[in-house]
Design a protein around this ligand. Sequence first.
Ligand SMILES: *Cc1c(COP(=O)(O)O)cnc(C)c1O
Length: 420
Amino acid sequence: MIYFSTRNASPPASLKTALLDGLAPDGGLYLPEQLMSLPDGWQGAPSLAGLGAHVLAPFVADTVPNAEALVRDALNFETPLVRLDDDLFVLELFHGPTLSFKDVGARTLARFAHALLEPGERLTILVATSGDTGSAVADGFSGLPGVRVVLLFPEGRVSEVQERQLAIERPGVTPVRVRGTFDDCQRLVKTAFEDDRFRAHGRLSSANSINIGRLLPQSLYYLDAVRQLGDTPRFVVPSGNLGNLTAGVMAHRAGMPAAGFVAAHNANRGFADFLAGDDLRPADTVQTLSNAMDVGRPSNAERLTALLPPERLRALVRGTVTDDAATRASIRETYDRYGYLACPHTAVGLDAVRRLRDEGASGPMVVLSTAHPAKFPDVVAEATGATPPEPEALARLRGLPDVAVTVEPTLDALHDAAFA
Ligand SMILES: *Cc1c(COP(=O)(O)O)cnc(C)c1O
């Protein structure tokens, strides 16, 4: 299978190039020449891992040695469909080790990338994070021989729970606390890629959210939802950089039944406005309660428009916008009505359902629940009066030493702290 750039100005690439480079040389995003095909009887696969073995492993088997075992190991947790009412379901994607759906993509990408290294080849993953990506990437790649992760996060600008997940000791991972903003962290990563000093230790890669290696496995949980439901739902996807939605549209294009999709956005509304007929305009990022969806220029919009021309995309995907007040109300109403605690991102999706129902929409709807509510205990407790019980995966981290090195936001400081 070869991978081509959405901008069509780069040579076709191998899976290894697509996974390790992330971005194509022409600035476009990689897509496979053909989409995954759904083998007959996929609905009979017993779990997410089973779907991975039946659908994803054959798709990469020509390049990834031992693909089935890697996929089964990466996707070794459940994605249960929880029923809230007759036609409303939540697909819980947060049962992986770092409690967000980012585990699905990061764990699979890590295993594939490692399997594609030549003997003796070394890989450094350099990633900037303000939220769930960093801990999922660190956890996913940790301990793989020949692989190191350098994880940059902004001092004082991540939540207490996030900091606990980022700053702990993991084999092969160097957490770096940067005295600056998330933008400083991103700038450092970008400039490090252009600086030879950082390549002296092996191949440099970023594992960021535009990586096709993260999207391919994410298509699987959509199939898992249809399998568990035994019906054709409309999918409601809390969206930021649109990787999650793209994975769903890819699954649909490959033959998965879906009654449509909803791109549920917070106040960062550019893509929702595009779906309603506007041009796609890059905008400054607005900070919200659902901070993992605070993206002003969603990169994967380019993939979605490469998969479907705008008129077909607009027919398949509806956009909604939910502000912070409505997000809080959604957390509260979901708890009052169903006794269910939702994280702020999931609550944006649940608010989209409320709106669609107010407009008369019917039929089964599946809201993708992207993070565990215990990652956002303050917002959830403030809205409901109930504190989400802390899962074992978080409780375990309490009291572990903080091993992050703190640096000024300069390339020299980053190099000395993590690469010297
Ligand atoms: C990353 C993230 C999102 C947004 O997903 P995209 O693929 O960027 O659209 C939503 N919710 C949570 C909890 C996330 O971590």
